[in-house]
Design a protein around this ligand. Structure first.
Ligand SMILES: *Cc1c(COP(=O)(O)O)cnc(C)c1O
Length: 389
């Protein structure tokens, strides 16, 4: 099966009782056993039927296994939020005494969970400019277990060569974990490039309609098993069946939505690049983007996220953001509608200012998630906003 067919059909639940055309919603906390022997077999793992929704549910399993199929990897786990995917994956793959390396530009919540939670439990880490090969090489220690990256990075859009980093991680006996939220499996398949585990905030493009927070972890079977039991099942980051059911609905149109996001974002990036009030545009699809060749190599298209800086820094950016109408001033991304935000004071406010600046998140940086509205309307709104700058 090819991508869109899988996104619609893979692992769909067939309702034998009523013949429902769409996978039914199993909004239940628990499952009834026929007898004690069956209950015992399920808890002992001799029968893989359902027991209790925190431990597994048909709707969460459906959408996670479908995303794993789209990623062309073995297995997937559905989680309550993207952050629960990130934190459960990291806690599940490491223990006290281990060390990990993370790229220096990551989603703000990920930086917060690393700085304030994961490193509290005897796990050491270093942030490294991964594209600085020497710095990256010398960051490995005998106990380095994981390398953690986002590409493109949120919000600077800097890319990392997944294939090269995977090879280096594996040469040091470490695993590569990639946050693929910005790309989705439609545009980039980290496991095919050598990654071991992939995490998603499905809140973004995968669900795509701005009405769910959720996460998914996909990857090689042995690591997914290790993350699931004992970690996800007992830490309790399992997501709700209704949310998973909505995500499965959103996922059906991922391919055509991404096509339109890419098309609109390319046009908006060109508009911004030629605008006299814009100082810099960061979009992998532009020929002027320093890593444009890497983008063409590891991504099948360039996505819907753009970062840019105005001439006049934050003060000018504030004028633009406060004077848009169609494009909402809100964090989050990847929905059908366009959203714009200011990373330094919003999504990345939790990142200490010196870490923020060294990662390239300046106070003047603005991030736009280009939606799938008609391009003319998006550009007209930007024109109106810029007129006030
Ligand atoms: C939003 C986001 C997350 C966190 O996801 P939530 O669903 O908000 O918990 C993690 N990584 C990236 C790249 C994100 O954009």
């Amino acid at each position: 099966m090819k991508f869109n067919t899988k996104a619609i059909h893979y692992g769909a639940i067939h309702d034998k009782q009523f013949g429902a055309h769409v996978s039914p919603l199993y909004q239940t906390s628990t499952f009834v056993f026929e007898d004690c022997a069956q209950g015992g077999d399920r808890f002992a793992g001799r029968d893989n039927g359902y027991k209790y929704t925190r431990l597994g549910n048909p709707n969460t399993r459906e959408v996670a296994s479908r995303l794993a199929a789209l990623d062309e990897t073995d297995a997937g786990l559905y989680t309550s939020t993207g952050m629960s995917a990130v934190s459960t994956a990291l806690l599940g793959l490491m223990q006290a005494g281990d060390h990990f390396i993370a790229a220096d530009c990551l989603y703000g919540g990920t930086v917060a969970v690393i700085n304030k939670v994961i490193t509290k439990y005897g796990i050491e880490m270093d942030y490294v400019k991964i594209n600085d090969t020497e710095a990256f090489q010398s960051a490995f220690k005998a106990n380095t277990k994981v390398v953690y990256i986002e590409t493109p990075a949120n919000p600077t859009m800097e890319l990392i060569d997944i294939e090269a980093v995977a090879a280096m991680a594996h040469a040091h006996g470490a695993l590569l974990v990639v946050d693929n939220t910005f790309m989705t499996p439609y545009l980039q398949k980290p496991v095919k490039l050598g990654a071991d585990v992939v995490v998603y905030s499905v809140t973004k493009y995968i669900n795509g309609h701005g009405d769910v927070v959720g996460g998914i972890i996909t990857g090689k079977q042995c690591y997914i098993d290790q993350i699931n039991n004992p970690h996800l099942l007992n830490l309790g980051g399992t997501g709700s069946p209704f949310d998973a059911w909505l995500v499965a609905r959103g996922l059906k149109t991922l391919g055509i939505r991404m096509e339109r996001h890419c098309e609109n974002a390319m046009a908006v990036a060109k508009y911004l690049e030629s605008h006299s009030k814009v100082a810099k545009v960061y979009f992998p699809g532009l020929e002027t983007f320093p890593q444009h060749d890497l983008a063409k190599r590891q991504m099948s298209n360039f996505g819907g996220m753009i970062a840019f800086e105005l001439e006049g820094g934050y003060a000018a950016g504030e004028k633009l953001l406060n004077n848009l109408e169609l494009i909402s001033l809100a964090v989050s991304l990847g929905g059908v509608d366009s959203l714009i935000q200011h990373p330094a004071s919003m999504t990345h406010a939790a990142v200490p200012p010196e870490e923020r600046l060294s990662a390239g998140i300046t106070d003047g940086l603005v991030r736009i998630s280009v939606g799938i509205e008609d391009l003319e309307d998006i550009l007209a709104d930007l024109d109106k906003g810029f007129a006030c700058v």
